[in-house]
Design a protein around this ligand. Structure first.
Ligand code: ADP
Length: 400
């Protein structure tokens, strides 16, 4: 049997980027992966990795279809004819499923129309995800496309945590509720935690901290999320690389009325020029840590605000859960920044949370325990793998 037989091509299309990975869902083997950046802009580039070789190319990419076409040729250069590779599905990350989608969904013309209809809920993301779907369908018309929604895992949030305390009629008319995002990651990581601890997921109360450029926390009781920090949009919650996370909603009104910023300008300010970048000019934790070590006050403040918000959520979720069995760090910052993990949980021995300094300092790509022996709460680092989760869910829905 060919190594690509039954594999899933996973697409994660952003507004000017396209990440892809060819994965065997059964064992998680990554057969190839690549990224196209600055699509539709000057200086677009693409990197493709397959058979142990990495090729990077600067080329003009006018749109996502051009990127998908170039990817197809990269595959062909490596001896993989995508149309004839026996792929079971193309799995697409779609950010917002609105009220309509909360299951892995085979893409049909009706599904495309519905994703379009709910796009105003995620104007920065869903249109780009759709472009990725259309490009894949044009190139591989015989392979089913499956949409995996970032909101799906949080579909069943209890009413009390999903509901904003605003006028019910307005909320209902405009589909306003807390949807939550990064669901594929929270679901995958919390499942891995149960495996790692060799525990039945139904018996575990967990807090998962997905700390990447975007960041979110979730509280999961017996496998079911009961709260999460992102809301109607991915702007709510933790301090992120460039997003503010929680702010007083009155601030938005003030920015409009007093600072004379338009809605579009406020959108850009809160999504792209806030968070760590807004506070210290950097959004990469490696740079922030270096700046802090060199005595930079703005970087120190950014770090302190980030940690303060994180601890506030940890405390809130511990009370919401009543008992916490495991706290898990994942994504770029969570998996790599020992100082963030250490500061997030410092001084919580009274709550049964004890991090072992040496274990925390170890760098590894494997799931690992960083709590001290005897810590009542397990503290773990578990690498996320959204591509594998998307591949598995896609293969399952098409019967692969
Ligand atoms: P996203 O998928 O949201 O773009 P990632 O999960 O890839 O983000 O995380 C990216 C972030 O991870 C970077 O902006 C950086 O802050 C952080 N990061 C990556 N590697 C390290 C590292 N070695 N030490 C500290 N932070 C890191």
């Amino acid at each position: 049997m060919s190594p690509t037989s039954g594999a899933v091509l996973v697409f994660n299309a952003g507004s000017s980027s396209l990440k892809y990975q060819l994965v065997q869902p059964a064992d998680g083997t990554v057969l190839a992966e690549g990224i196209a950046e600055r699509i539709g802009d000057t200086g677009s580039s693409m990197t493709h990795e397959q058979n142990g070789e990495t090729v990077t190319e600067t080329l003009q990419l006018d749109d996502h279809l051009a990127a998908v076409r170039r990817a197809e040729r990269f595959f062909a250069d490596n001896g993989t004819d995508l149309a004839d590779a026996g792929l079971s599905a193309v799995g697409h990350r779609v950010v917002h499923g609105g009220r309509s989608f909360y299951e892995p969904t085979v893409v049909t013309p009706e599904v495309i129309s519905e994703i379009e209809r709910i796009s105003p809920l995620a104007p920065l993301h869903n249109p780009a995800n759709l472009v990725g779907i259309l490009a894949a369908q044009e190139l591989l018309p015989d392979v089913p496309s499956v949409a995996i929604f970032d909101t799906a895992f949080f579909h069943g949030l209890p009413d009390a945590s999903a509901t904003y305390a605003i006028d019910r009629a307005v909320a209902d008319e405009h589909a306003i509720r807390r949807y939550g995002f990064h669901g594929t990651s929270h679901e995958y990581v919390s499942g891995r935690v149960a495996e790692f601890l060799d525990r039945d997921p139904a018996s575990l109360n967990q807090i998962v901290l997905h700390l990447g450029n975007g960041a979110s926390a979730s509280a999961i009781a017996g496998g079911q999320p009961i709260d999460t920090s992102m809301g109607m949009t991915p702007l709510e919650g933790l301090v992120m690389g460039t997003r503010s996370g929680d702010i007083d909603p009155g601030l938005v009104l003030h920015l409009n009325r007093v600072a004379n910023l338009s809605v579009g300008e406020i959108d850009t300010l809160l999504n792209k020029r806030s968070g760590l970048r807004g506070l210290c000019g950097e959004n990469d934790f490696r740079a922030i840590t270096e700046l802090m070590e060199s005595g930079d006050d703005a970087a120190r403040r950014a770090f302190d605000v980030y940690i303060h918000r994180l601890r506030r959520y940890l405390g809130a979720y511990a009370f919401a859960l009543g008992r916490v069995d495991a706290i898990t760090f994942t994504a770029g910052v969570g998996e790599n920044s020992a100082v963030v993990r250490c500061c997030a949980l410092a001084g919580l021995e009274g709550f049964g949370i004890v991090v072992d300094e040496e274990r925390n300092a170890v760098r590894s790509k494997a799931a690992r325990r960083i709590s001290a022996d005897g810590s009542a709460v397990e503290v773990l680092v578990v690498p996320t793998n959204e591509e594998l989760a998307i591949a598995r869910q896609s293969a399952a829905v098409v019967g692969g």
